[in-house]
Write a protein that binds this ligand. Structure first.
Ligand code: 6GU
Length: 224
Protein backbone atom coordinates (compact mmCIF):
# COMPACT_ATOMS: atom_id res chain seq x y z
CA UNK A 1 0.00 0.00 0.00
CA UNK A 2 1.09 3.58 -0.72
CA UNK A 3 -0.42 6.54 1.14
CA UNK A 4 0.17 10.15 0.05
CA UNK A 5 -0.93 12.68 2.67
CA UNK A 6 -1.54 16.30 1.67
CA UNK A 7 -1.28 18.72 4.58
CA UNK A 8 -0.33 22.26 5.65
CA UNK A 9 1.17 20.80 8.85
CA UNK A 10 3.41 17.86 7.87
CA UNK A 11 5.19 18.12 11.26
CA UNK A 12 1.97 16.90 12.93
CA UNK A 13 2.22 13.69 10.91
CA UNK A 14 5.82 12.60 11.43
CA UNK A 15 5.88 11.03 14.91
CA UNK A 16 2.89 8.68 14.42
CA UNK A 17 4.93 6.85 11.76
CA UNK A 18 8.17 6.84 13.77
CA UNK A 19 7.20 4.41 16.53
CA UNK A 20 5.97 0.91 17.18
CA UNK A 21 3.75 -0.90 14.69
CA UNK A 22 3.51 1.79 11.98
CA UNK A 23 7.28 2.27 12.02
CA UNK A 24 7.82 -1.48 11.64
CA UNK A 25 5.27 -1.69 8.81
CA UNK A 26 7.18 1.00 6.91
CA UNK A 27 10.55 -0.66 7.62
CA UNK A 28 9.17 -3.98 6.35
CA UNK A 29 8.02 -2.20 3.14
CA UNK A 30 4.41 -3.20 3.78
CA UNK A 31 3.36 0.44 3.39
CA UNK A 32 4.88 3.67 2.07
CA UNK A 33 3.71 6.95 3.58
CA UNK A 34 4.60 10.20 1.77
CA UNK A 35 3.86 13.62 3.24
CA UNK A 36 3.23 16.56 0.89
CA UNK A 37 3.36 20.12 2.18
CA UNK A 38 0.57 22.02 0.43
CA UNK A 39 2.68 25.20 0.56
CA UNK A 40 5.09 23.58 -1.91
CA UNK A 41 2.27 23.79 -4.49
CA UNK A 42 1.56 27.52 -4.11
CA UNK A 43 2.70 30.11 -6.68
CA UNK A 44 3.43 33.58 -5.13
CA UNK A 45 6.14 34.07 -2.50
CA UNK A 46 3.36 34.54 0.07
CA UNK A 47 2.68 30.76 -0.14
CA UNK A 48 -1.02 31.34 0.35
CA UNK A 49 -3.18 28.24 0.82
CA UNK A 50 -6.39 29.79 2.18
CA UNK A 51 -8.60 32.79 1.48
CA UNK A 52 -11.82 34.50 2.61
CA UNK A 53 -15.04 32.75 1.68
CA UNK A 54 -17.33 34.08 -1.02
CA UNK A 55 -20.61 35.26 0.45
CA UNK A 56 -18.89 36.42 3.62
CA UNK A 57 -18.72 34.76 7.01
CA UNK A 58 -16.03 33.97 9.54
CA UNK A 59 -13.27 31.53 8.73
CA UNK A 60 -10.92 30.92 5.84
CA UNK A 61 -11.36 28.33 3.10
CA UNK A 62 -8.56 26.25 1.59
CA UNK A 63 -8.02 27.34 -2.02
CA UNK A 64 -8.53 24.98 -4.92
CA UNK A 65 -5.35 25.71 -6.89
CA UNK A 66 -2.59 24.35 -4.61
CA UNK A 67 -4.68 21.26 -3.79
CA UNK A 68 -5.48 20.60 -7.45
CA UNK A 69 -1.81 21.07 -8.40
CA UNK A 70 -0.70 18.61 -5.72
CA UNK A 71 -3.33 15.96 -6.50
CA UNK A 72 -2.82 16.29 -10.28
CA UNK A 73 0.95 15.95 -9.79
CA UNK A 74 0.39 12.72 -7.82
CA UNK A 75 -2.20 11.35 -10.24
CA UNK A 76 0.24 11.85 -13.14
CA UNK A 77 2.59 9.37 -11.44
CA UNK A 78 0.17 6.54 -10.64
CA UNK A 79 -3.46 5.53 -10.37
CA UNK A 80 -5.15 6.12 -7.04
CA UNK A 81 -7.96 3.93 -5.69
CA UNK A 82 -9.35 6.68 -3.46
CA UNK A 83 -8.84 10.36 -2.68
CA UNK A 84 -9.95 10.60 0.94
CA UNK A 85 -10.86 13.98 2.43
CA UNK A 86 -10.66 14.13 6.23
CA UNK A 87 -13.59 16.27 7.38
CA UNK A 88 -16.00 16.33 10.35
CA UNK A 89 -18.92 16.17 7.87
CA UNK A 90 -17.65 12.91 6.34
CA UNK A 91 -18.79 9.35 7.04
CA UNK A 92 -17.85 8.31 10.57
CA UNK A 93 -14.90 5.92 10.56
CA UNK A 94 -15.60 2.42 11.88
CA UNK A 95 -13.89 -0.98 11.66
CA UNK A 96 -15.80 -1.95 8.53
CA UNK A 97 -14.58 1.17 6.66
CA UNK A 98 -11.02 0.55 7.91
CA UNK A 99 -11.23 -3.06 6.64
CA UNK A 100 -12.42 -1.87 3.19
CA UNK A 101 -9.71 0.79 2.87
CA UNK A 102 -7.02 -1.73 3.90
CA UNK A 103 -7.71 -3.60 0.64
CA UNK A 104 -6.73 -0.60 -1.55
CA UNK A 105 -3.35 -0.11 -3.20
CA UNK A 106 -2.78 3.66 -3.58
CA UNK A 107 -4.48 6.31 -1.44
CA UNK A 108 -4.39 10.09 -1.26
CA UNK A 109 -5.46 11.59 2.07
CA UNK A 110 -6.28 15.30 2.07
CA UNK A 111 -6.28 17.02 5.47
CA UNK A 112 -8.74 19.88 5.83
CA UNK A 113 -8.18 23.05 7.87
CA UNK A 114 -10.05 26.22 8.79
CA UNK A 115 -13.58 26.09 7.36
CA UNK A 116 -12.54 23.28 5.01
CA UNK A 117 -11.65 23.14 1.33
CA UNK A 118 -13.32 24.89 -1.62
CA UNK A 119 -16.29 22.66 -2.56
CA UNK A 120 -14.88 22.34 -6.11
CA UNK A 121 -11.92 20.29 -4.76
CA UNK A 122 -14.43 17.81 -3.41
CA UNK A 123 -16.42 17.78 -6.65
CA UNK A 124 -13.30 17.39 -8.81
CA UNK A 125 -11.05 14.98 -6.90
CA UNK A 126 -12.44 13.57 -3.66
CA UNK A 127 -13.94 10.05 -3.79
CA UNK A 128 -14.46 9.44 -0.08
CA UNK A 129 -14.99 11.73 2.94
CA UNK A 130 -14.19 10.48 6.42
CA UNK A 131 -14.71 11.86 9.93
CA UNK A 132 -13.35 10.18 13.06
CA UNK A 133 -16.25 11.16 15.31
CA UNK A 134 -18.74 13.82 16.32
CA UNK A 135 -16.38 16.47 17.67
CA UNK A 136 -14.28 19.10 15.93
CA UNK A 137 -10.50 18.96 15.64
CA UNK A 138 -8.44 21.96 14.57
CA UNK A 139 -7.35 20.12 11.44
CA UNK A 140 -7.59 16.80 9.62
CA UNK A 141 -4.01 15.73 10.45
CA UNK A 142 -4.69 13.88 13.70
CA UNK A 143 -7.74 12.28 12.08
CA UNK A 144 -5.54 11.18 9.14
CA UNK A 145 -3.09 9.63 11.62
CA UNK A 146 -5.97 7.74 13.24
CA UNK A 147 -7.20 6.48 9.86
CA UNK A 148 -3.68 5.41 8.81
CA UNK A 149 -3.15 3.52 12.08
CA UNK A 150 -6.52 1.73 11.81
CA UNK A 151 -5.79 0.73 8.19
CA UNK A 152 -2.06 -0.08 8.28
CA UNK A 153 -2.35 -2.49 11.22
CA UNK A 154 -4.73 -4.56 9.06
CA UNK A 155 -2.24 -5.04 6.19
CA UNK A 156 -1.00 -8.63 5.87
CA UNK A 157 2.29 -9.08 7.74
CA UNK A 158 1.99 -5.97 9.93
CA UNK A 159 0.68 -7.70 13.05
CA UNK A 160 2.05 -10.92 14.48
CA UNK A 161 0.27 -13.51 16.64
CA UNK A 162 0.70 -11.40 19.76
CA UNK A 163 -0.90 -8.33 18.21
CA UNK A 164 -3.40 -10.14 15.96
CA UNK A 165 -6.33 -8.07 14.72
CA UNK A 166 -8.65 -11.08 14.72
CA UNK A 167 -9.53 -10.77 18.40
CA UNK A 168 -9.81 -6.97 18.41
CA UNK A 169 -12.76 -5.17 19.83
CA UNK A 170 -15.16 -4.40 16.92
CA UNK A 171 -13.71 -6.98 14.54
CA UNK A 172 -16.91 -9.02 15.02
CA UNK A 173 -19.09 -6.17 16.35
CA UNK A 174 -18.27 -7.24 19.93
CA UNK A 175 -16.14 -5.48 22.51
CA UNK A 176 -13.11 -7.44 23.69
CA UNK A 177 -13.35 -9.43 26.96
CA UNK A 178 -11.32 -8.41 30.06
CA UNK A 179 -7.68 -9.52 30.04
CA UNK A 180 -5.19 -10.20 32.85
CA UNK A 181 -1.49 -10.90 33.24
CA UNK A 182 0.86 -11.71 36.14
CA UNK A 183 0.65 -11.53 39.09
CA UNK A 184 -2.43 -13.73 39.61
CA UNK A 185 -3.17 -11.82 42.82
CA UNK A 186 -2.44 -8.13 43.48
CA UNK A 187 -3.43 -6.32 46.67
CA UNK A 188 -6.10 -8.95 47.21
CA UNK A 189 -7.52 -8.63 43.68
CA UNK A 190 -7.59 -12.02 41.98
CA UNK A 191 -7.58 -13.05 38.35
CA UNK A 192 -10.75 -15.03 37.49
CA UNK A 193 -10.00 -18.68 38.38
CA UNK A 194 -11.16 -19.97 35.02
CA UNK A 195 -8.23 -18.24 33.26
CA UNK A 196 -5.75 -20.22 35.40
CA UNK A 197 -7.54 -23.55 34.86
CA UNK A 198 -5.87 -24.57 31.60
CA UNK A 199 -9.29 -25.69 30.30
CA UNK A 200 -9.13 -23.88 26.95
CA UNK A 201 -12.60 -24.69 25.59
CA UNK A 202 -14.06 -23.39 28.88
CA UNK A 203 -11.81 -20.30 28.77
CA UNK A 204 -12.95 -19.58 25.20
CA UNK A 205 -16.60 -19.87 26.27
CA UNK A 206 -15.97 -17.55 29.25
CA UNK A 207 -14.36 -14.97 26.98
CA UNK A 208 -17.30 -15.08 24.58
CA UNK A 209 -19.75 -14.60 27.47
CA UNK A 210 -17.72 -11.72 28.87
CA UNK A 211 -17.48 -10.05 25.46
CA UNK A 212 -21.23 -10.33 24.99
CA UNK A 213 -21.99 -9.07 28.51
CA UNK A 214 -19.63 -6.11 28.13
CA UNK A 215 -21.14 -5.24 24.74
CA UNK A 216 -24.70 -5.47 26.11
CA UNK A 217 -23.78 -3.18 28.99
CA UNK A 218 -21.62 -0.60 27.21
CA UNK A 219 -22.54 -0.67 23.53
CA UNK A 220 -25.97 -2.30 23.03
CA UNK A 221 -26.13 -0.46 19.67
CA UNK A 222 -23.47 -2.85 18.31
CA UNK A 223 -25.81 -5.82 18.82
CA UNK A 224 -28.77 -4.35 16.87
CL1 6GU B 1 -11.58 14.24 9.79
N1 6GU B 1 -11.37 16.67 10.77
C1 6GU B 1 -11.62 17.62 11.70
N2 6GU B 1 -11.11 18.84 11.52
N3 6GU B 1 -12.33 17.41 12.80
C2 6GU B 1 -12.80 16.16 12.95
C3 6GU B 1 -12.59 15.14 12.03
C4 6GU B 1 -11.85 15.43 10.92
N4 6GU B 1 -13.21 14.04 12.46
C5 6GU B 1 -13.77 14.37 13.61
N5 6GU B 1 -13.55 15.65 13.92
Amino acid sequence: MRIDIITVLPELLTSPFEASILKRAIEKDLVEVHLHNLRDYTSGNYKQVDDYQFGGGAGMVMMIEPIDKCISHLKAERTYDEVIYMTPDGETLNQSIANQISLKENLIILCGHYKGVDQRVRDMHVTCEISIGDYVLSGGELAAAVLCDAVIRLLPGVLNDETSALTDTFQDNLLAPPVYTRPSEYKGMEVPKILLSGDFPKIEKWREEQALERTQKRRPDLLQ
